[in-house]
Design a protein around this ligand. Structure first.
Ligand code: ATP
Ligand code: MG
Length: 336
């Protein structure tokens, strides 16, 4: 069901409180003590058993080795992010980013940041630039003004070849999965593994089967993407993203257009990947229950601006009328 426009039928008069900014918005790139205290505990390798509980015994060892390698690389990458004022710097940051398409200003001076291993949820009504923000992070669009930092590097001036390196670190799970239609599900997941040129065929097959088991689509490796439901395609897209051993994953509306059970499974999986693989994640979602479960911090986009940026608790305390209205409407449209 399409989400109703939050201003439909409501008084369009400007509310003076609309101009109030939260402390976070005034200073969105400062990382406060409270923010740096978010625990991102190193996980022992055994804890990956939880993540791989549904993997068949014959693939379990291969996929666990693969994930332990990914987790260790991510820990090292997170530690390598340059500090700011002797505190961990953000893994990803939008710094005063503006973007227009023709006369239409999609993003206006938008700033937010994500610490290594954190999950940020991007909230906002349809058309506010959530997907465009993710695509900018992948280097598909460049900002007109401002900087976009990934792992301490400004990606805006990078050439296509260098952007491909960034896309190895940061992968995106598109809403429709964006799988290669003409090759099997298994080959879709194997694709990044084959590109490494350091894995034997037997290892590739085991990791593929293990990842598919893990994301809840066991035994589907020989099907074509067109044989799968929307939720299954998204699960396969997550498996393919994990096969890249990324440092960060961007999810665009991972739980929309799937049934509640599938939505719950995907949500659970994303939460476990975050803690167990030290993945930095951005999740675009309309689903507040999902956001509450996952988000360390939230950015709320409205009319091109980052109207709120802060923790979930700060969001709940915010008296910004536009944000409150968004949250109230969201409660109305959520299925019980
Ligand atoms: N390549 C493009 N050329 C012109 N306009 C674009 C382009 N891509 C996006 N837009 C416009 O930018 C605005 C933001 O689009 P975006 O897809 O980021 O919205 P969104 O917040 O993801 O919405 P939804 O919740 O519906 O997915 C929209 O008005 C869209 O029409
Ligand atoms: Mg979108």
């Amino acid at each position: 069901m399409p989400k109703p426009d939050a201003t439909d039928g409501l008084d369009p008069k400007p509310d003076p409180r609309e101009e109030q900014l939260t402390d976070q918005k005034k200073n969105p790139l400062e990382v406060s003590d409270a923010e740096t205290s978010i625990p991102v505990e190193p996980q022992p390798a055994e804890s990956l058993e939880d993540l791989t509980a549904d993997v068949s015994p014959e693939s379990q060892e291969a996929v666990q080795d693969f994930l332990v390698e990914a987790a260790q690389q991510n820990e090292a990458a997170n530690d390598a992010v340059p500090d700011r004022k002797n505190k961990p710097g953000p893994y990803i940051a939008f710094e005063h980013v503006s973007k227009s398409f023709g006369d239409f200003d999609v993003l206006k001076d938008v700033s937010f940041s994500i610490l290594p291993g954190e999950t940020l949820c991007i909230l906002g009504r349809s058309g506010v630039g959530k997907s465009v923000s993710l695509q900018m992070l992948m280097g598909f669009y460049k900002p007109d003004k401002g900087r976009i930092m990934v792992a301490g590097e400004d990606i805006c001036g990078l050439k296509e070849r260098q952007l491909q390196e960034v896309r190895r670190k940061v992968t995106m799970v598109f809403q429709n999965g964006a799988l290669f239609d003409s090759i099997s599900v298994g080959e879709n997941v194997a694709f990044p593994l084959r590109e490494r040129h350091d894995l034997a065929e037997d290892q590739i097959q085991q990791v593929v089967r293990g990842l598919l088991d893990m994301v809840g689509v066991a035994g589907m490796e020989d099907l074509l993407p067109s044989d799968l439901s929307t939720g299954m395609k998204r699960s396969v897209a997550i498996a393919r993203a994990l096969a890249c051993q990324p440092e960060a994953v961007l999810y665009d509306e991972p739980t929309t257009m799937v049934d509640p059970l599938m939505g719950h499974l995907l949500g659970d999986l994303i939460a476990r990947l975050k803690t167990q693989l030290h993945l930095t994640s951005i999740v675009v979602t309309h689903d507040m229950r999902f956001a509450r479960k996952l988000a360390d911090r939230v950015v709320f986009l409205h009319q091109g601006e980052a109207r709120f940026f802060g923790t979930m608790e700060e969001m709940d305390r915010s008296d910004d009328p536009i944000l409150r209205e968004f949250l109230q409407l969201d409660e109305l449209v959520l299925p019980v």
